[in-house]
Write a protein that binds this ligand. Sequence first.
Ligand code: FMN
Length: 128
Amino acid sequence: MAKAIAEGIKEEKVDVKIKRCDYATVEDAIEPDGIAFGSPTYFGYMAGVLKDFFDRSLEFRKRISGKKAVAFASAGSNGEGCLESIENMINAFGMERVREGVISTGIPGDKELDACRDLGRALAKSMK
Ligand SMILES: Cc1cc2nc3c(=O)[nH]c(=O)nc-3n(C[C@H](O)[C@H](O)[C@H](O)COP(=O)(O)O)c2cc1C
């Protein structure tokens, strides 16, 4: 899903990097004009490593607020809680959610990957 979002962003001629949140630094949240946050659903919520990334970034909230953002989630059966938890963080950090996020239930198929590319294009367009 992350790769498909990155493809959509590149189609709009906007630079993109994919980062794993467990290795990402706070600078990775401060540097870009827009961010797509994604996670597998674990116990109806985002994965702990993504929550930890938000927690680590909290003191830099003022430098992150105002950026464009979107969310995406994968799930075994229901990704609503995960997507909502990420979108709540986007709001809490004062980022601007560009569009409703994408959920893939099970392995993402063509439909979900197309929706991800679309999401990437929308994020990139919002940053121009
Ligand atoms: C510890 C754990 C908890 C999970 N909790 C949920 C859950 O609450 N709801 C759900 O739909 N899927 C749940 N799943 C399934 C994962 O969301 C699913 O396997 C994952 O999104 C697949 O993405 P990945 O290929 O990136 O790991 C859970 C999986 C694990 C390992």
